[in-house]
Design a binder for this molecule. Structure first.
Ligand code: ADP
Ligand code: MG
Length: 371
């Protein structure tokens, strides 16, 4: 097992140098850590992972695996194993042979190969299907064989590129738990790419959020959720997404946030006021997560709230909670509230914001004055 360190790692495609896929990533992954790279399609996740694997050249910057600078080390000598979305199993070989293949190439003794394959099969619960060919397996089993092929190699670092994308929703949840368990069992360094923020949140020790080839934030799941560094991270992490209301900071009547349409006017706490004071008169966006918006007439948090009115557009009872979607003149608002009697869609509804849970973003989208 090993640490992985990226220093200004950059990828430019094409000769003109115009197409920058990865702008320069600084990242230190500790030995045994599970780090997830997450972001929308095309943000540079696979390119970053493939540079770590050695499948793409590095345009600039340095990459270490353990103590070794590996910029110019070929993939097969980097001591990594990669699991892809498409499992690419050899169709004519049995599960055993698929898992043993790389070890045979390395000319390991047959007894050692047998031991490693059977141990990996045991961990992955595929011991009973070692004699089958891939087409005799379910999608989930094939995915495990692909992981098994990586495990038997006992690599320094495991790399995963959206390995669960081909599985149905239920199997995805099950398999992501199994990969987390595998990480605990092996204690191995793992770097995992996904576009799915739920996968990122549930699996990562730390998460690297990427957008347009740039790192937006590197943090633990809870810190990303509670303290997003910018508006992109705030909107990307969490479902339903954080609500944003465009407005500005006003100091006319104490420090307040006032929405552009004037329909939301929120007094700020002393602490928020102190941080937002420098932005008085400037454009600011208010961010509030759906679970921090309440129906004003229903159960509310013990902390202070401020109210506003929105036109209720839809009510979605989920059983354990209710999603309310409302609209003001210039903003939409989703609330996620406990089961209760709520007004019908089409009615105006008073909502209350938990003042302790507000986020603010400046004109460039940077977080300011976060609680
Ligand atoms: P992700 O995995 O986050 O969806 P990628 O890393 O695959 O994104 O791609 C990042 C960007 O680099 C995209 O704009 C993509 O079109 C571009 N890109 C990826 N591979 C190549 C390539 N071989 N040649 C040119 N551009 C590429
Ligand atoms: Mg990709």
């Amino acid at each position: 097992m090993a640490s992985v360190r990226l220093e200004g790692v950059r990828k430019v495609y094409g000769d003109s140098g115009a197409q920058v896929a990865v702008h320069g990533v600084d990242l230190e992954i500790r030995n045994g850590e599970f780090v997830v790279l997450v972001g929308p399609s095309g943000c540079g996740k696979s390119t970053t992972l493939r540079m770590i694997a050695g499948l793409e050249s590095i345009s600039a910057g340095k990459l270490w695996i353990g103590d070794r600078l590996v910029n110019d080390v070929s993939p097969k000598d980097r001591d990594i194993a990669m699991v892809f979305q498409s499992y690419a199993l050899y169709p004519h070989m049995s599960v055993f042979e698929n898992m043993a293949f790389a070890l045979k190439l390395k000319k390991l003794p047959a007894a050692e190969i047998d031991k490693r394959v059977r141990a990996a099969a045991e961990i992955l619960d595929i011991s009973a299907v070692l004699d089958r060919t891939p087409k005799q397996l379910s999608g989930g089993q094939r995915q495990r064989v692909a992981v098994g092929r990586a495990i038997v190699r006992q690599p320094q670092v495991f790399l995963f590129d959206e390995p669960l994308s081909n599985l149905d929703a239920k199997l995805r949840v099950q398999t992501r738990r199994e990969i987390s368990k595998l990480h605990r069992q092996l204690g191995a360094t793992m770097i995992y790419v996904t576009h799915d923020q739920v996968e990122a949140m549930t699996m990562g020790d730390r998460i690297v959020v990427l957008d347009k080839g740039r790192v937006q934030q590197i943090d633990t799941p809870l810190n990303l959720y509670d303290h997003p560094a910018n508006r992109f991270v705030a909107g990307f992490i969490g479902s339903p997404s954080m609500n944003f209301i465009e407005g500005r900071v006003s100091s006319d009547n104490g420090i307040r946030f006032v929405a552009r349409d004037g329909e939301v006017s929120i007094p700020l706490t002393a602490e928020q006021g102190r941080r937002l004071q420098p932005l008085a008169g400037k454009d600011v966006a208010l961010g509030v997560r759906p679970e921090d918006v309440y129906v004003a007439t229903g159960p509310k948090p013990s902390s202070a709230t401020a109210e506003a009115t929105v036109q209720l557009e839809s009510v979605e009872p989920m059983g354990n909670e209710i999603f309310l979607h409302g609209r003001g003149t210039d903003h939409e608002l989703t609330a996620r509230v406990a089961p209760q009697v709520v007004p019908e869609a089409g009615q105006p509804v008073r909502v209350a914001f938990d003042l302790a849970k507000l986020h603010f973003f400046d004109g460039e989208g940077r977080a300011v004055g976060t609680a």
